[in-house]
Design a protein around this ligand. Structure first.
Ligand code: XMP
Length: 310
């Protein structure tokens, strides 16, 4: 594939489609939405408003880090604090599908649709890639019709349009184009991270305290395994407790699962045979987290397990 030509064609297409109107896009910090943001700003400059929605489910320091990375590329990103809305929507929910649905609904029907209206944008740039479309068609993923998700069924009347510049690319192509456009490796080479963010790694209710626990564990795992070369690594908070001892006292503590896997497309995965001393280091640090007294390493491939727990 001629990536240079791809970029030129997409820039021309975006410019021509949007004309003098305004466009908006939501940046998550993943490689797809990051690439759309860079392409969009090259084509449209100030006509494109990029928003980063802080949903309270992000990794440690993530919203600020992403805004900063883009500031270095001279791209202004509007950071929207929607933490309370997401936490309220998740309160009391324990069923995995209900939790996922609550996050999708809050994102599209409430927060992003409000931002789209306020921005006056008529065009939405979206980082849909070929695999998303294929998986939607195959019934593996939920539909990616962003207008329907935003509750906009009036495209004809109001002229809302979605532009999906990456819809002919697969992930490895996205990474190549990202490199060509000089996105920092920190963005172009990121390990996968799920849309529902840390909520996909909390079994049971998502609360600020439980988020803090899994966020701290995630930071430890990501730091320790950054040089592992693995496809993906993560920490999960279980909804169960186990007896332990701390400071000579019995403690009914929380359990963190560490997962590290090899895969090419996340459809199947095998477990990375991590060295014992690495596992030991991780376990020691994780059991320093307040209220956590056990750390387990998940030995299950996909299938029968999935990569995430929710
Ligand atoms: P599972 O858990 O289904 O995950 O084996 C396969 C890959 O997809 C990621 N994942 C998601 N990505 N939205 C996303 O954008 C989601 O809802 C979602 N759920 C899982 C997961 O991290 C893994 O790489």
């Amino acid at each position: 594939m001629d990536y240079k030509k791809f970029v030129e064609e997409q820039l021309a297409h975006i410019k021509q489609t949007v004309g003098a109107a305004k466009a908006i896009n939501a940046l998550s910090g993943g490689v797809d939405s990051s690439l759309v943001t860079v392409l969009g700003h090259r084509a449209l400059g100030e006509q494109l408003q990029t928003v980063f929605i802080d949903n309270a489910l992000m990794r440690e320091g993530e919203p600020q880090r992403v805004v900063e990375i883009f500031a270095h590329m001279d791209i202004a990103v509007m950071l929207v604090d929607a933490r309370q809305e997401f936490l309220s929507a998740l309160a009391g929910l324990t069923d995995p599908e209900q939790k996922r649905q609550a996050i999708t609904d809050t994102f599209y029907s409430k927060v992003f649709s409000r931002l789209v209206k306020e921005s006056g944008a008529m065009f939405l740039l979206h980082g849909t890639i070929l695999t998303d479309i294929e998986e939607t068609v195959a019934g593996i993923k939920r539909q990616h019709n962003i207008l329907a998700q935003l509750g906009i069924d009036t495209e004809q009347a109001y002229g809302y349009s979605v532009i999906e510049p990456l819809k002919s690319l697969r992930k490895d192509d996205v990474r190549e184009v990202a490199k060509l456009l000089k996105l920092p490796a920190e963005l172009s080479q990121r390990i996968p991270f799920p849309g529902p963010a840390l909520a996909a790694r909390i079994v049971g209710e998502v609360t600020p305290e439980r988020l803090e626990t899994v966020r701290t564990a995630t930071a430890i795992v990501e730091e320790e395994l950054a040089d592992s070369g693995a496809f993906q690594y993560l920490a999960v908070l279980l909804n169960d407790c186990a007896t332990g001892i701390r400071d000579n006292k019995r403690e009914f503590g929380q359990i963190i699962v560490v997962r590290c896997i090899e895969s090419t497309d996340a459809r199947t995965a095998t477990v990375t045979p991590l060295p014992w001393d690495k596992l030991d280091r991780i376990s020691r640090q994780i059991t320093q987290i307040d209220g956590v007294n056990r750390c387990l390493y998940d030995l299950t491939p996909k299938p029968p397990a999935t990569i995430e727990y929710v």
